[in-house]
Structures are given as structure tokens and as C-alpha cells.
Design a protein. Structure first.
Ligand code: PLP
Length: 374
């Protein structure tokens, strides 16, 4: 049975060119990048070339890119170090952030007494900018932590608008860009955001590799200590194959961006139209103009049907996620949907479909047929 993968927001396949690059490094370049002899210097040079490749995609300098193991690490680091080392006393965020952001912020509240202000979320899943500005008027050392693209519904934040507000009110701005890096241009020379976070497995690179951008004026201290790697900003022997694979994946993502974005947008629109054609009462969670690769749908199914839905899709070879009232095996509502759906809406089964450049219309047709059979 062919697998139909419609969960590209969870993770993505690794591009064949990336695998080839990584195999090359694993086979030939085992030197420790911290060693001073030539095979060490060689792997160090590979890492530094990757840093330059990545920095170029955002129009920033290579020294502003630090490698990490994943998006979770990046978000934890920036939030913790902002409070511990930059004197942040209050964090403005939403309840719709990824748990790695939300839980990090909660830790800061517990450990340092950091104040948390949650920005209101509108029924269309966007943040209330008036409320954000109101909060900012209460001046105190503040970090704004707002994600660029929401991983469950695809709500897009206007990064420039928030970055400008942050500047106006003298706040720092951290954005979790894990879902948008490699999928949309982020010109950091034009958008004065202070910190962004990326994870390679979301843009067809390897798992276990990520990076953060830290604008030069902000001097963070490391989360992981005990070595001089990454200019002392993140101790631990580097993984050259991961870093090179990530840089290659990012380069290819931006090289193919226009082509892939057009294809994925068409697929998303086709899927939306097919769903409307076949399920009169289908609803789309979010503001209707969500990011081009995500469709979070609410289906007119009974609770009994809903309980079996993911299982039946899986049996038919379709991989999707449930961003809904009850995740399989638990009755816990999605913390994201709970922010903007009402009590009746949240009880309906929701599905997150997230598309990639490898998907096609036949797969969508098959999904619709399977959903009709449930
Ligand atoms: N932030 C967002 C928005 C995500 O979607 C994810 C992954 O699902 C993460 C952070 C965590 O990234 P990682 O899986 O690299 O730890």
C-alpha cells in the first residue's frame, strides 16, 4: 500500500540531495571540528561554510547564526537566557504557542518570578494587535514571544508589524519561526526581529539539527556549557553531517520556493474545494487566509465516527494529524483550537492536513474518498 503523507507540519522527508551530502560527510569527514590538525580544520571549514549559506538566506551575518539540536532547544535557550542574562522581567505571548515556548515561559515564571501577559486571540485565530499595544504601553523590560506560523492552524503573524511595535516600545522580540523557515522569505535586514528559531526536519533536512538567529546587539549566554564550540555559545562536539545537511536543505528550499509554494498552494486550494464539494458542513479552522501548506478542517462527523477517524485513515495508508477536541486516547482539547473555537465547535473532530511538494491531486482525491467512506 502506498503511504500518503499529509503531515508535513509534523516533519518532512529528507531531500535525496541532502542525504547524499550527509553520506559524503559521514564517509569522508570524521575529524573533530575542534582539532587543530588538517582533518579537524576541514570539518570546521564545512561547518563555517554551512553557517554562511544559512545566513545568506536571511541577509544576516554568519556570526548571528548558532547551531542547535532542534527547535525546542532554540526556543528554550532564547527565553531562558533573555530572562537570566538580559534582565527581562515580563514576557508577552499567546496561549497558542508551541508547548516548548509555553512551558519555557512558565518555567521562567516559577524560577525568576517573570510576569506573563497573554495577548488576546481573535475568533479568526489572529492576535489582537490593539491588545498587544496596550500591554506594551506598560513599560518594563519585556520580551515579546510570538510564533510566525502556527503549527496547528497555520495562522500567520505579521512579523514586521510586531517587530516595529517592539522597537517603538523598547521590547525584545523572539519569534518561533520553526514552521516558516524554508517556506517563506524572511529578510532579517528588513524585519528587526531580535531572535528567530529553526529546525531542519521541517524543511526536508535531517532531524537533530536546528539553528537560532541572535541579532548581534543581544548577547545571550549559553544553555549548554563545557566547551568552546559555537564561540562558546553552545558547548558540545558539533555534528558536521547534520549541519551540512541542514544548510543544503535550506538552500534547496529557498531555491525551489516559488515553484513549491505555487504547487502547494494549488493543492491546498484543490483540497479545500473538494472538501466543500463533498461535505456540505465542513468548516476550516483559522482565519481562512492561513499559511499555504496547512488546512485545519472541522468535519461534520458524529463523535463515534470521529473516534475512529485517524485509525481508519491510517489503515488506508493516510498520515494526518488530529488537532481536535480529543486526541487519540485522550480527551484533552487542543490548546490552540481552544483559544478561538467555541464550546460546540471544539467538540467536533478536527484534522490538520499539511502539504508538501511531494504531494499530488490523486492523493487528495483518495483522501476525500476515504473520508467519505468513514
Ligand atoms: N515550534 C513549532 C512551531 C513547531 O511546530 C515545532 C515542532 O513541531 C517546534 C517548535 C519544535 O521543534 P523540534 O521538533 O525541532 O524540537
Amino acid at each position: 500500500m502506498n503511504q500518503i503523507y499529509l503531515d508535513n507540519a509534523a516533519t518532512t522527508s529528507v531531500r535525496p540531495e541532502v542525504v547524499q551530502e550527509m553520506i559524503k560527510i559521514l564517509t569522508n569527514d570524521f575529524g573533530n571540528p575542534s582539532s587543530t590538525y588538517s582533518i579537524g580544520r576541514h570539518t570546521k571549514a564545512l561547518i563555517e561554510a554551512s553557517r554562511k549559506t544559512i545566513a545568506k538566506q536571511f541577509n544576516v551575518t554568519a556570526s548571528e547564526i548558532i547551531f542547535t539540536s532542534c527547535g525546542t532547544e532554540g526556543n528554550n535557550w532564547i527565553i531562558r537566557s533573555s530572562v537570566r542574562d538580559l534582565g527581562i522581567k515580563r514576557i508577552i505571548t499567546t496561549r497558542m504557542e508551541h508547548h516548548c515556548t509555553l512551558y519555557s515561559i512558565k518555567e521562567m515564571e516559577k524560577e525568576y518570578g517573570t510576569k506573563i501577559d497573554y495577548v488576546n486571540v481573535l475568533p479568526n485565530s489572529e492576535i489582537d494587535f490593539n491588545h498587544l499595544e496596550e500591554l506594551l504601553k506598560d513599560s518594563q523590560p519585556t520580551l515579546i514571544s510570538l510564533m510566525h506560523v502556527n503549527n496547528e492552524v497555520g495562522t500567520v503573524l505579521d512579523l514586521k508589524k510586531v517587530a516595529d511595535l517592539a522597537q517603538q516600545y523598547n521590547a525584545l522580540f523572539h519569534s518561533d519561526t520553526v514552521q516558516s523557515v524554508g517556506k517563506v522569505e524572511i529578510p532579517l535586514d528588513e524585519i528587526p526581529v531580535d531572535f528567530i528559531v529553526a529546525s531542519a526536519h521541517k524543511f526536508h533536512g535531517p532531524k537533530g539539527a536546528g539553528f537560532v538567529f541572535i541579532r548581534k546587539k543581544n548577547v545571550l549566554k549559553p544553555l549548554i556549557v563545557g566547551g568552546e564550540q559555537e564561540k562558546g555559545m553552545r558547548a558540545g562536539t558539533e555534528a558536521p553531517h547534520q549541519v551540512v545537511g541542514m544548510a543544503k536543505a535550506l538552500e534547496l528550499s529557498y531555491q525551489d520556493l516559488n515553484k513549491d509554494r505555487t504547487k502547494i498552494t494549488e493543492l491546498r486550494d484543490y483540497c479545500k474545494a473538494k472538501l466543500q464539494e463533498n461535505f456540505a458542513d465542513v468548516k476550516f479552522n483559522g482565519n481562512g487566509s492561513t499559511f499555504y501548506n496547512v488546512l485545519n478542517i472541522r468535519l461534520p462527523f458524529s463523535p463515534e465516527k470521529a473516534a475512529m477517524m485517524l485509525f481508519q485513515l491510517d489503515m488506508k495508508g493516510i498520515a494526518v494529524s488530529r488537532g481536535s477536541a480529543c486526541q487519540s486516547g485522550s480527551q484533552k482539547p487542543s490548546h490552540v483550537l481552544a483559544e478561538f473555537l467555541d464550546e460546540v465547535e471544539i467538540k467536533k473532530p478536527s484534522l490538520r492536513l499539511s502539504f508538501g511538494h511531494e504531494n499530488n491531486k490523486e492523493e487528495i482525491d483518495y483522501l476525500i474518498d476515504v473520508l467519505k467512506g468513514i
